[in-house]
Write a protein that binds this ligand. Structure first.
Ligand SMILES: Nc1ncnc2c1ncn2[C@@H]1O[C@H](COP(=O)(O)OP(=O)(O)OP(=O)(O)O)[C@@H](O)[C@H]1O
Length: 268
């Protein structure tokens, strides 16, 4: 019998659990029977060459992409499936909507609503998805805008903010849903170099001061070293090597990891 139909041995241990997950785009296999786990509260960074499937992992978790094979559990529940009469069947939209509440995602291109103020950007989902009153949502927005250092920008529109400020609003917006898991997909790649630091500082503070589970795709290796409990090097849809940052960055075991890091240093 296929183990993939069973929940992970101890779902309490892993808040994210990929079991032999395959993802294809046409003829291209982007995730190749991927096994991957993240423990509750763990901060994990995914690094690897362009096209290795890093963003796809996050997009699948956020239910923006489907999977072709395998099973994913999030917080002990199947993400893309539902259990009916003991069998796993494809998840309904309602199940996906519930599962999505576990996660918040920050994208490379902020994706703020341009016609809404900062406050409104942060309160929209808590009001419409969680059913908070406008007053409750505003209170929450104040809390998270303070956390990202933007209390004084609540009445501005995204176009009136710098890229770094917009990305901090995007972080506050994701946090306002009080997810257990935060996904960051190259959150500083679209920023001018002088704006990268302010966004990384906010993320680092989150990592240090909150027990959120964090999964980050980044090319900021120094940052990855500082915030991660574990670094995973992806290549061709598989994890080639993983371990604490001081091991993966300083003494990588695999030749492919060494080549990637060497190339990266040469071109950075
Ligand atoms: N919607 C899509 N349709 C077709 N192919 C896709 C789609 N999304 C991703 N791909 C392909 O899947 C592969 C993995 O993409 P992914 O974005 O996960 O890579 P990545 O490791 O995050 O790369 P990068 O560092 O360049 O962002 C790439 O070859 C990409 O072209």
């Amino acid at each position: 019998m296929n183990d993939a139909t069973q929940p992970p041995a101890d779902p309490g241990q892993a808040i994210i659990h990929f079991d032999k997950v395959v993802k294809r785009f046409g003829d291209v296999t982007v995730l190749d029977s991927l096994d991957f786990e993240v423990a509750k509260g763990e901060k994990v960074t995914i690094i690897g060459p362009s096209g290795s499937g890093k963003s796809t992992v996050l997009r699948i978790l956020m239910t923006l992409e489907t999977i072709d094979e395998g099973v994913i559990h999030v917080a002990g529940k199947p993400l893309w499936h539902e259990r009916r009469n003991g069998a796993l069947v494809p998840a309904s939209e309602e199940h996906l909507r519930e599962m999505r509440k576990e996660m918040g995602m920050v994208f490379q291109q902020f994706n703020l609503f341009p016609h809404m103020t900062v406050r409104r950007n942060v309160t929209e989902a808590p009001v419409h998805v969680l059913g908070l009153s406008r007053a409750e949502a505003n209170e929450r927005a104040e809390e998270y805008l303070a956390l990202v250092g933007l209390s004084d920008q609540a009445d501005k529109f995204p176009s009136q903010l710098s890229g770094g400020q917009q990305q901090r609003v995007a972080i506050a917006r994701a946090l306002a849903m009080r997810p257990n898991i935060m996904l960051f997909d190259e959150p500083t790649s679209a920023l001018d170099p002088e704006l990268v630091g302010e966004v990384l500082s906010v993320i680092q503070r989150l990592a240090e001061e909150h027990d959120l589970t964090m999964l980050l795709v980044t090319h900021e290796m120094q940052f990855a070293k500082r915030v991660s409990d574990r670094v995973c090097f992806f290549d061709k849809g598989r994890i080639v090597e993983q371990g604490p940052p001081e091991q993966v960055f300083v003494e990588p075991h695999e030749e492919r990891t060494r080549d990637f890091l060497q190339n990266f240093l040469n071109t950075a």
